[in-house]
Design a protein around this ligand. Sequence first.
Ligand code: V47
Length: 351
Amino acid sequence: MTFEEKIKNNIRLNYEDAIKLYDMDLLQLGEMASKIREDKFGRKTYYNVNRHINPTNICKDVCQFCAYSASRKNPNQYTMTHNEILDTVYNSVKNGIKEVHIVSAHNPNTGLEWYLEVFKKIKDKYPSLHVKALTAAEIHFLSEEYNKSYEEIINLMIDYGVDSMPGGGAEIFDEKVRKRVCGGKVSSDQWLQIHKLWHQKGRKSNATMLFGHIESRENRIDHMLRLRDLQDITNGFNSFIPLVYQKENNFLKVTDFPTAQEILKTFAIARIVLDNIPSLKAYWVTSSIKLALVAQEFGANDLDGTIEKESINSAAGAASANGMKQTEFIELIKNSGFEPIQRDSLYNELS
Ligand code: V47
């Protein structure tokens, strides 16, 4: 049976099938992925009006790919006060944001309350603003640092007003590669366990995959299948986000970077293999906006959002420091032949 026949007959692709997809012609693969995308979303492409805030870059972990974290000797280290964070949120709310996406480094100096209380302060002032915050890597760090179980941290997040969890910290699940790129932080099993617990509370999250560094195609498929297995149990992931590795200012020695063709194949394969995660996000920050627009023809139905300011990937070379204007976003999606739809954080259509 061909891949097309398997997909048509709702027969899931297994690991061996999925690896073989990489050998297919790009356009043929794109056609298969596009068909699935069009059946689910037509020509609609979702985006969100959001703001990213990264309140501290002081980190007790050292991930080899990370250009954002500052060691304590780094003169550029910073930790925002709650008032500074609230001022940022205030200015962004005036600009119409519907979501604030708050992700920090693993700072052992602030205390647990600094991490959590700010969510309550934001929610008290802006009850309808969606707070997407704390990656599984941060939850693991807080759990170890403050001697609390994952469930205790998750219950606190809910009490303090976190609405959904971002997908960061997943990196690549293969244990050998993970050890080389981010040994010491949350393990793959722990990352999955934390999202499972979050989903069991009736909450939604996203899942990322950092690719284009030292991982293999096999590692990417393995990563997707571990997510697919968890999604079968919880149905809690809203979107899958392949993050393209940015090479500047970090410790990882990478010599071979993925071609645009390899990136687009990875998007298309994710759309085909991850049959149970509804949205595929082309995060324009790491793929570049041009490739993100092309990725719409390879299965992507979501381009994330306006962001306003971005520190993690821009530190590693991405052209995202100042976000994107909503009008520009809309024009770009329209001009690429798709229908821009503003969504909320849970994928309800707004306009
Ligand atoms: O976890 C760090 C990645 C992630 C680099 O859930 C890098 O909606 C590329 O998770 N090159 C944080 N990537 C960003 C993230 C995210 C972004 C947008 C939307 C959502 C969502 C989540 O950034 C980290 C890490 O995997 N990252 N360094 C780098 N050099």
